[in-house]
Design a protein around this ligand. Structure first.
Ligand code: UGA
Length: 439
């Protein structure tokens, strides 16, 4: 009999996982305590921007293979495998991860399970959590019901969530039970049949793989951004530098794009939570370099504001067009977005800031309602003293500078993501300043 799956937590990760598991042929029940979210998902409506996901959600809510509920009792009676996909945000005023939602949902589903089943954690957690949660499951599950436990970190990227879930580049599972492994191999049979590596390990390694991957990616970005501080001072071309070192297969070109740095709901909070966790373990200096990674990253935002101030003399009363406020392209997510942070700081320094983002205006305006959000590029740049490209949507990368020339007040643009073609902009009479280049 085909396994029945539940996915607890229907945010970014959970909604994607639930819809993709339905696409693979499983019957899936999505569970969340937020009734409004459950109602909208049940209608096939997705509250986030993610290419390909709305189609999957609609297809499988219509077919009935994917349903949603707020009831843990219903989930406990239904599921053979329960995926935990709730958030682990940064604790208020601290760097450590908040485990409240993970603990509560693991305990609730363990109590509610009325048949032998497997609980699988997917959230990003401090190392040591899985072993503790396994103990919690043993305490909370009903007599006569066997509830196994495993850890299976998720590596999906926003903007590519569907592809990353259906065709992952690796599967990692931490457990101490052969039965748990056999069940998870059944869930992921499709990917395994296409030779996706399946790494079976202990709880601690599985948890650490996730944070190590994100810490490495963050370090790579700050590494190139630290070099951009050097090229901004001495001269040189940061893009060529990245291309040249990236050709060494041991280094690789990806995640070496210099600019205003990383943001989002994962990289920044994960490097902070990792430091907090290793300090708790008594290893205070072990991950100290991640402080530097964080600091280099935040200095990029200062640099973007400084470049704008230098170009305009003072920001007071100047019109600045901000192109892009999502933390990266193909996303409407503005959590810890460097672009939105820069836009807000330009505003605080007196600029009149017009913002256009193809998807993130609505989310950004909830955080910073005072910026002037417009729904077209041409409106944003009209009469601008300065244009700042802060998120590299393809719509911006492909702008024809000649078309904007008659619209702005001053033909000057800051390329905060190092994606524009200098020669083209210069030939059209623009002053173009790319972050990472001497100005
Ligand atoms: C990241 C990881 O890439 C995923 O593998 C992981 O599963 C996910 O976190 C998570 O923990 O859930 P995501 O947050 O979607 O995924 O974003 P990334 O594509 O990693 O980009 C993060 C930030 O780095 C963005 O702000 C992006 O603009 C920035 N970035 C990326 C750079 O500044 N330069 C680069 O070269 C690459």
């Amino acid at each position: 009999m085909t396994l029945r799956l539940t996915v607890i937590g229907t945010g970014y990760l959970g909604a994607t996982h639930a819809a993709c598991m339905a696409e693979l042929g499983f019957e899936v029940l999505g569970v969340d305590v937020d009734k409004e979210k459950i109602d909208s998902l049940s209608r096939g409506e997705l509250p986030i921007h993610e290419p390909g996901l709305p189609e999957l959600l609609r297809k499988h809510t219509e077919s009935g293979r994917l349903r949603f509920t707020t009831s843990f009792d219903e989930a406990g009676a239904f599921g053979d495998v329960h995926f935990i996909a709730v958030g682990t945000p940064q604790r208020a005023g601290e760097h450590a991860a908040d485990m409240t939602y993970v603990d509560a949902s693991v305990a609730a589903i363990a109590r509610a399970a009325t048949k032998d089943s497997l609980i699988v954690g997917k959230s990003t957690v401090p190392v040591g959590s899985a072993r503790r949660l396994k103990g919690l499951v043993a305490e909370e599950s009903r007599d006569g019901v066997t509830v196994n436990f495993a850890w299976n970190p998720e590596f999906l990227r926003e903007g590519f969530a569907v592809a990353d879930t259906l065709r992952p580049d690796r599967l990692v599972m931490g457990s101490d039970s052969a039965a748990a492994e056999a069940t998870l191999r059944e869930v992921y049979a499709d990917a395994i049949s296409r030779d996706t590596p399946f790494i079976s390990t202990d709880f601690e390694t599985a948890e650490l793989v996730k944070v190590a991957a994100n810490a490495f990616l963050a370090t790579k970005i700050s590494f190139i951004n630290a070099f951009s501080e050097v090229t901004e001072t001495v001269g040189g071309n940061i893009r060529t530098l990245a291309d040249a070192i990236g050709l060494d297969a041991r280094i690789g070109r990806r995640f070496l794009n210099a600019g205003i740095g990383f943001g989002g709901g994962c990289l920044p909070k994960d490097i902070r939570a990792l430091q907090a966790r290793v300090s708790e373990l008594g290893l205070d200096s072990t991950m100290r370099f991640l402080n530097e990674v964080d600091e280099v990253n935040l200095r990029r935002r200062d640099r973007a504001v400084y470049v704008a101030e230098t170009l305009l003399g003072s920001l007071e009363g100047k019109k600045v067009a901000v192109l892009g406020v999502a933390f990266k392209p193909n996303s409407d997510d503005v959590r810890d977005s460097p672009a939105l942070d820069v836009a807000a700081r330009l505003y605080s320094s007196g600029a009149d800031v017009s913002v256009y983002d193809p998807a993130a205006n609505a989310n950004a305006s909830k955080r910073y309602p005072r910026l002037n959000y417009v729904d077209a590029l041409a409106t944003a740049v009209a009469d601008a003293d300065l244009v700042m490209l802060l998120t590299e949507w393809s719509e911006f990368v492909n702008i024809d500078p000649a078309e904007l020339s008659g619209v702005v007040s001053h033909k000057q643009i800051v390329d905060g993501r190092n994606v524009l073609n200098h020669d083209k902009w210069t030939a059209a009479g623009w002053d173009i300043i790319s972050l990472g280049h001497k100005s």
